[in-house]
Design a binder for this molecule. Structure first.
Ligand code: HEC
Length: 112
């Protein structure tokens, strides 16, 4: 009988640590959210807006180039061949940068 109680107690404690661990887990930052917060006014996933669409960006740039452009568009747009820089710089956290970069890259057109 005692053994059963101990078993139940252990099971309960185990469950509680699982649940609290679950709650503590940070909510992941989604690239879509970053896009909607910062980029949406000027970029569209597949259509040309004020800025080029993600499908086009993803087909010609790598992750480093995309990250650099977000953090320092003034210099990087020149390297990319734009005559004038109309995109503002963004100070994003490392996580936001990763998330938005992955999001853009995910629009890379599939190679046939
Ligand atoms: C105010 C409008 C505006 C906003 C907001 C904006 N962009 Fe841009 N973006 C542009 C324009 C315009 C260009 C073309 C280059 C230039 O003018 O600097 C561009 C270019 C880019 C490029 C390079 C395009 C290429 O040739 O490869 C990337 C990458 C990019 N934007 C990503 C982003 C991301 C990510 C965000 C959100 C964090 C964002 N942009 C927000 C206007 C904007």
């Amino acid at each position: 009988m005692n053994r059963l109680k101990i078993c139940i107690a252990i099971a309960l404690i185990y469950n509680m640590t699982l649940i609290s661990g679950e709650l503590k887990k940070e909510t992941p930052i989604s690239g879509k959210k970053v896009f909607e917060t910062y980029c949406w006014g000027c970029h569209h996933q597949s259509a040309v807006a004020f800025g080029p669409p993600f499908t086009r960006i993803a087909s010609k740039r790598n992750k480093q180039e995309i990250r650099a452009m977000i953090s320092d568009p003034k210099s990087v747009s020149k390297l990319f061949g734009y005559k004038r820089n109309a995109m503002p710089a963004f100070t994003l956290s490392e996580k936001e940068l990763n998330a938005i970069t992955e999001y853009i890259i995910s629009y890379k057109p599939k190679e046939k």
